[in-house]
Structures are given as C-alpha cells and as structure tokens.
Design a binder for this molecule. Structure first.
Ligand code: MG
Length: 327
C-alpha cells in the first residue's frame, strides 16, 4: 500500500458541519426524525452497517473500562493532577474521539503521557491492554450467547434482526464495517447470529490501522460494484460512518441508541453529534424499521419529495401551512 492510500485511511476528528435549525420533524406516528434531503429516485441497493452500538450491544459500557485504565496510566507519570481531574480530562477526549477506531484513543493517550513528562508505550500496546480489560467485562456476555443461555435478541439493538431481514428481502446487499478488530467483529456477529446476513462482507480494524478505514470499505463498494452513490445507505451510531457515507453521496441513518437501557428513546449526546455531522435520519433503534424502509422505498418520489406528507413537527400536530415537504 502506498503512502497516498495510507493517508486516505486516517480518520479525521469530529467537526460539526450542520447546525440544528427549526422544529424537529418526525415521520408520522413514529420516533424517526428526518433531517436530510434525498437524492432523486433514491432506492438503496447497498447498506453499510456499523457494528458496536448500531447492531451489537455486547461491548456496551466499554467507556467504563477505557477511562479508568487511562487515568491509571496518566497517574503513573507522577503528575500532580488528582485522579478526579484526570478523570474529567480523559473522559472528555475519549468522548471526542468516540466513533474512530480504538487506536486513535490510544494514540491520544500516548500524547497525554508525553505531555506529562512520561515515556509512553506503543499505542498498540495500550490498545491490547484495554482489550484485555474489556474482555474481562464482556466475557460472560459472550459465554452466555455461546452457550445459548441468552437469546441474541437481548444483545442486539431492538429491531436489528427484522431490519436486516427486511433489507435482505428487498435484495439489498449488506456490509458490516467496524472500528473494532475484525477477528472480534466476525466472532461477535456470529454469536449474535447476524453474520449470515453479511457473508464475506464483514470488515474491521487490524493492527496496522492505516490499512483499514470505513471510508475505504465504502470506496470499494462503490468501485467494485459500479454503484451509484445515491444507492448507498449507511446505519451507524458513530460520526465516522455517517460522515463517510455522506461524503460518498449516500443516505445516512444515525442510530442514537440507548445501549445500557434499550429505552427506545434516543441518546441525547449521540443524537446531537449525529445531527451535527449530517445524518439524514435519527432513530433510537430499529423498532420502527418497517416504517423507515417503507418510507425510503415508497414515499420518496423522483423530485425528492414525499407524496404522503408523513411529517409532523415537535408538537405532533399538522402545521398550518399543510404538509411539510422534504426538500
Ligand atoms: Mg458504533
């Protein structure tokens, strides 16, 4: 792989490109929020999914492993900051980098160690240690799934299986691309019994982080299949996949999943960030996948508007001006 390709695989930091304006618009009778405009004659043929937080809940709570680990490592530099101070500092940058591959958070940790006069380890070593600790937390979940003690449905974002099924029945090609290491993504997709939807198209991070990116997966989908970008739809709870899909010209569904409680209400922090990066839809999960898919397949017309006027504003009442178009 040459240097140019390497550079194109680097993930950029979060940068807000959209400011929230006007009332929230929902697909009628649903909690599906509509923000985007839609390409003419849009019918998805290829769907890209993020894994953790978008479909899988196996790694829920990872942040409670990463932050304390980083605080411990920073304390070892002999800094005079208190554990509490460090906690806030770490929590802030970890959140900012959430959505990128894990290694980027570890690269930042190494920088923070240097900044405090410490000698940082290789970020890959930090990543391995983090993963070792995370495995301790999620081992029982993986075992429960493996032994059949827990139904995969309980560790999936609600409606995931139905959505995948629905898309497959419409002959949409499905791709899974994750910032988690590929070997684990494959294993966990299998434990959740969703691997068969994706076949060979399961992609994840590798030790040489420059050789993988979600943007690259999208480029390959578009190049190999001579797919028109507007036939690409992406689903994700992180900003990287939403940004990548939008930059490629596709439609992006932001999944503001409440991973810990599966409450059906959007996680406010994720929602904010996903809107800011340009998501076309926000869903709390896929319980209303049927309505979303119906809307995408049937209601968006060639002029990019909806015939059924299925939108309502935050008050839930029809607007005086009548049906609101998607423009
Ligand atoms: Mg995710």
């Amino acid at each position: 792989m040459n240097r140019m390709q390497n550079q194109s695989n680097l993930e950029s930091d979060y940068r807000r490109v959209v400011e929230p304006t006007g009332p929230i618009r929902y697909l009628s009778g649903t909690t599906i929020e509509i923000l985007g405009s839609f390409p003419i004659g849009f019918v998805p043929k290829h769907a890209l999914f993020d894994f953790d937080g978008t479909l899988s809940l196996i790694r829920e709570g990872w942040v409670h492993v990463m932050v304390p680990m980083m605080v411990d490592i920073l304390l070892e530099t002999g800094t005079d900051e208190s554990p509490d101070d460090l906690f806030w500092i770490v929590e802030k940058y970890v959140a900012e980098l959430t959505g990128q591959q894990t290694i980027y958070q570890m690269i930042r940790l190494a920088e923070e160690v240097s900044r405090r006069g410490g000698r940082p380890a290789d970020p890959l070593e930090y990543k391995k240690e983090y993963h070792r600790r995370l495995m301790e937390r999620i081992r029982s979940r993986r075992e429960d799934l493996r032994q059949g003690r827990v139904d995969p449905v309980e560790m999936l974002v609600p409606g995931s299986m139905q959505l995948l099924d629905n898309l497959r029945s419409k002959n949409v090609k499905l791709y899974l691309a994750s910032g988690t290491d590929e070997v684990y993504v494959r294993e966990e997709a299998e434990l959740l019994k969703i691997d068969t939807f994706f076949g060979e198209h399961i992609y994840g991070a590798v030790d040489d982080y420059r050789s993988f990116s979600k943007a690259q997966v999208i480029q390959r989908i578009l190049a190999n299949q001579s797919v028109q970008a507007r036939k690409l739809i992406g689903f994700g709870d992180g900003y990287v996949e939403i940004q990548n899909v939008k930059e490629a010209g596709g439609i992006a569904v932001g999944v503001a999943s409440d991973e810990a409680n599966r409450s059906g209400r959007p996680d406010p922090w994720k929602r904010e960030r996903l809107i800011g990066i340009g998501a076309d839809f926000i869903v709390p999960d896929f319980r209303e996948q049927m309505q979303l898919v119906d809307f995408l397949w049937n209601d968006i017309q060639d002029d990019g508007t909806s015939t059924t006027g299925p939108l309502r504003d935050t008050t839930g009442t029809a607007r005086e001006t009548g049906e609101q178009e998607i423009d």
